[in-house]
Design a protein around this ligand. Structure first.
Ligand code: TEU
Length: 552
């Protein structure tokens, strides 16, 4: 089937189902809730949704632990609800991409239950099960995983262990086994045949493990990553999925590629290699931490951000396609981050960040609530957060003395639950999200930060996002133009140009809460301002002011 590359013209809205809208009054978001908000998404202007997992799951990691890939988690609805949602989205010109979580399953999946209960099970080899060292007293090697735990769990009192790079309830699949790959292809076809338009591929760069399962020397975190990130057969496995499945549908894939470098990314997205349509790189989410560890917070500096953006914009130009995002369900909220302010200048800040990333080359993603400037959760203690990652790290910090003060200080601030508080639809008791107490604490600021208010107020962040989306639509300069950083060494302003033949767009953003003199940008007097978060403009940029100029 002809691939139309529709994703290059998409603006994708991410829905985290348990926190979006509760349609049946049980405190948990669900599919009927999503259906009731589709007109809201259409009015915003997005034309694609990425839906975080809705499959059957014990929810140890909020659905990223799947126990049945062909059914829906009951509290979220039924398959019929899902089909209705898909149909209603398509009717509104909105495509749907699903989350594909196939590095691991849930430990409640039938395959895993069979694999561990019977050493002769045909499913034993679906997982990575190895004999421990010292007659089973020590795990097969010293690898550790993403949630601050050892990567191996002993199977009962046997000598065997299974590998889990995330929580214990998320055993890694053995992609060396051809049967596993065939199962994955069948799952893909099942959803594509139902009409879904593509997949966001969870931790896809972890699927191939170095089969020597070697020990590694001391490391701060993620011991063994050189053996399990971008493993030896990664590209071969992805190409196989493309050839056997993706190329038969007009679909797209976006890989979540933690720890990938630009060189890795090129290999993943160069169209002629036939692997993925695009990837999420996380370099910009690491500009405010040390050594890529989010708990080791570091003061933000816009020059570092510009450097990362420049690298990726040039690095993939003409070679592959970028994804653009500032939030997702694993990141804390963007407003209040990246040098911005989530109190006095919340609206200015949110609009400025929006304009700065929206006109880069690539497909923009908006995470639910970002379009109304939702802020981090107002958590007071670890008891307010539910995320398995936060609790595992908290327990680890309590065991490791030197980590304790660092983690205690940053845990609530960087917890993934900051992005997972219920969507604030209005000012009612449960924020219009539910009619009962929700699964996670609603932020008190629902009183003034909510979708209803944002829709009513003409100068809101929501209406600014509508304009960002409308301006991007069909704009060839934004889609295909080259990227030029205009003020590389300026430590307050992010300014870039997009250029296609003689058509040019310039974005100028003040990343500080102070007024800053507009620097001299050659030829700017011939441009006109087409979008801004301030009504009046002078030779001084106001706090968090952003201006989008064009010369045509
Ligand atoms: O995330 C992968 C991942 O690397 C994150 O766990 C990341 O390390 C962490 O959030 C940083 O704080 C994906 C999903 O997006 C995440 O929600 C899942 O928990 C994880 O995979 C396991 O499926």
């Amino acid at each position: 089937m002809k691939q139309t590359n529709w994703y290059k013209d998409a603006v994708i809205y991410q829905i985290y189902p348990r926190s979006f809208c509760d349609g049946n009054g049980d405190g948990l978001g669900d599919i009927p809730g999503i259906i009731s908000k589709l007109d809201y998404l259409k009015d915003l202007g997005v034309n694609c949704v990425w839906l975080s997992p809705v499959y059957d799951s014990p929810q140890e990691d909020n659905g990223y632990d799947i126990s049945n890939y062909r059914d829906i988690y009951k509290p979220f609805g039924t398959l019929d609800d899902f089909k209705k949602m898909l149909d209603e989205m398509h009717k509104r010109g909105i495509r749907l991409i699903m989350d594909l979580v196939v590095n691991h399953t849930s430990s409640e999946h039938e395959w895993f239950k069979s694999a561990i209960s019977d050493p002769k099970s045909p499913y034993r080899d679906y997982y990575i099960i190895k004999k421990g060292r010292k007659n089973g007293k020590k795990p097969p090697n010293n690898w550790s995983g993403f949630f601050g735990e050892k990567a191996w769990e002993r199977i009962g009192d046997s000598e065997d262990y299974y590998l889990h790079l995330f929580a214990k309830g998320q055993p890694d699949l053995n992609w060396e086994n051809e049967k596993v790959r065939e199962e994955v292809k069948d799952i893909l076809r099942y959803w594509l045949d139902m009409g879904v338009d593509g997949f966001r591929c969870d931790v896809i760069t972890l699927i191939s493990k170095d089969q020597r399962f070697k020990n590694v020397g001391p490391t701060i975190a993620l011991a063994g990553k050189k053996y399990y990130v971008n493993g030896p057969r990664l590209h071969e496995f992805l190409h196989e999925l493309y050839v056997d499945v993706y190329q038969n549908y007009d679909c797209m894939t976006v890989g979540e590629t933690v720890l990938s470098t630009l060189d890795d990314a090129r290999k993943l997205v160069e169209p002629e290699r036939q692997e993925l349509s695009m990837i999420f790189n996380f370099d910009h989410t690491d500009v405010d931490n040390h050594m890529g560890v989010k708990y080791f917070l570091r003061k933000f500096n816009v020059k570092r951000l510009k450097k990362v953006v420049d690298k990726w914009q040039h690095g993939l130009f003409g070679k592959g396609w970028n994804s653009l995002f500032i939030e997702n369900h694993d990141q804390r909220r963007s407003v209040g981050r990246f040098g911005t302010d989530d109190t006095k200048y919340r609206i200015e800040s949110a609009c400025m960040l929006g304009a700065t990333y929206f006109f880069l080359q690539g497909t923009p993603f908006i995470y639910q609530g970002q379009e109304i400037g939702m802020t981090n959760g107002d958590f007071e203690s670890i008891n307010d957060v539910k995320d398995v990652e936060a609790h595992n790290i908290y327990n680890l910090a309590n065991k490791v003395k030197i980590l304790k003060p660092i983690i205690n200080k940053s845990l609530l601030q960087v917890s993934r639950d900051n992005a997972r508080t219920p969507m604030q639809w209005d000012n009612s008791e449960y924020a219009g999200f539910s009619t009962v107490e929700p699964w996670l604490k609603i932020n008190k600021n629902k009183c003034c930060i909510n979708a209803k208010e944002s829709i009513e107020y003409p100068d809101s962040i929501y209406h600014f996002y509508q304009k960002l989306i409308a301006f991007r639509k069909g704009n060839e300069v934004i889609k295909d133009g080259e990227y030029i950083d205009l003020l590389k060494s300026n430590s307050k302003i992010f300014a870039y140009k997009r250029k296609l033949d003689d058509k040019e767009i310039i974005v100028v953003s003040n990343f500080t809460k102070k007024e800053v003199k507009l620097p001299n940008i050659k030829g700017l007097d011939k441009f006109e301002i087409t979008l801004s978060n301030y009504a009046k403009h002078s030779l001084v940029l106001k706090p968090y002011e952003t201006r989008v100029y064009k010369n045509y």
